[in-house]
Ligand binder design. Structure first.
Ligand code: DAT
Ligand code: MG
Length: 152
C-alpha cells in the first residue's frame, strides 16, 4: 500500500494557464490513473517561488525565472498513486522541451526551456517538501475511505 500513496507536486506555469493547457494536463494525469488530491489556482507570491526554486537561486536565469513564474496565475496540484513522482517526470518530458519526446507534455506543447509550461517534483523528498510549501495537509483529500476497487 505504501507506494500507492506516493504523491507528487505538479504545477501548470503561467504560460500553460494562458495557453489553455490546464484541462489537457489534468486529463493526462487522470486517465493515466493518478488521483487528484489537491488543486488550487493562485498568483504565486515571490517568496513562495524563491523557496520553491531555492536550489536555483545562484543560477544566472533565476531572475528571469521569477519574472516568468509571477507573470500570471499558476495551477498547483497534488497527484497521488504508485510511482507518481517518477512517472510524472516521464509524462512531463525533459527540462528543455527541445530534448522532450513527442507524447510528453513539454514535447507536445512548448519549445523553449524558459517557457516550459509545467513543473513536476524530481524526487519523493522534493515532492514532500514542495507539497508542504504549497498546501496545508488539511487541504488535501484522502481516498482511504473509498472502496478498495478505487485504488490501483
Ligand atoms: P525541471 O523544471 O525540469 O525540474 P530544473 O529544476 O532544473 O528543471 O529548473 C527549474 C526551471 O528553471 C525549469 O523548469 C526551467 C528553468 N530553467 C532551468 N534551466 C534553465 C536554463 N538553462 N535557462 C532558462 N531557464 C531554465
Ligand atoms: Mg526541478
Amino acid at each position: 500500500m505504501a507506494e500507492q500513496k506516493e504523491r507528487t507536486f505538479i504545477a501548470i506555469k503561467p504560460d500553460g494557464v494562458q495557453r489553455g493547457i490546464i484541462g489537457e494536463v489534468i486529463k493526462r494525469f487522470e486517465t493515466k490513473g493518478f488521483k487528484l488530491v489537491g488543486m488550487k489556482m493562485l498568483h504565486a507570491p515571490q517568496d513562495l517561488l524563491e523557496q520553491h526554486y531555492i536550489d536555483l537561486k545562484e543560477r544566472p536565469f533565476f531572475p528571469t525565472l521569477m519574472k516568468y513564474m509571477t507573470s500570471g496565475p499558476v495551477v498547483a496540484m497534488v497527484w497521488e498513486g504508485k510511482g507518481a513522482v517518477k512517472t510524472g517526470r516521464v509524462m512531463l518530458g525533459e527540462t528543455n522541451p527541445a530534448d522532450s519526446k513527442p507524447g510528453t507534455i513539454r514535447g507536445d506543447f512548448c519549445i523553449d526551456v524558459s517557457k516550459n509550461i509545467i513543473h513536476g517534483s524530481d524526487s519523493v523528498d522534493s515532492a514532500n517538501t514542495e507539497i508542504s510549501l504549497w498546501f496545508k495537509e488539511g487541504d488535501l483529500c484522502s481516498y482511504s475511505s473509498c472502496a478498495a476497487s478505487w485504488l490501483y
